[in-house]
Design a protein around this ligand. Sequence first.
Ligand SMILES: [Zn+2]
Length: 94
Amino acid sequence: MSTRWNPSWKIVKTTIDKEEVDVCYDSSSKLYVCPLCSPECKRGELPTYSSYFFNLEDMKRHMQAHKYELWKKKMTRANETKVEESEDEEIENE
Ligand SMILES: [Zn+2]
């Protein structure tokens, strides 16, 4: 048994980009925890590392930002296959 902070997790359903997602909320510290950084919170465990948020809106923004981490995967794949050049740079100039 741990004598550390003892979280009491609740699973909170929210919608991010029209997708329903479960996020973890600790009612003892009143913090939201990113389920992508620490999926163990859904099993009621205390994450060793995670991102904590005081409100759900910040949490959503953080989870949306996870999508932009896709570039990391792209970097890895670039070593194996050829990279599409400047196709995804759709910056609109007015
Ligand atoms: Zn996260």
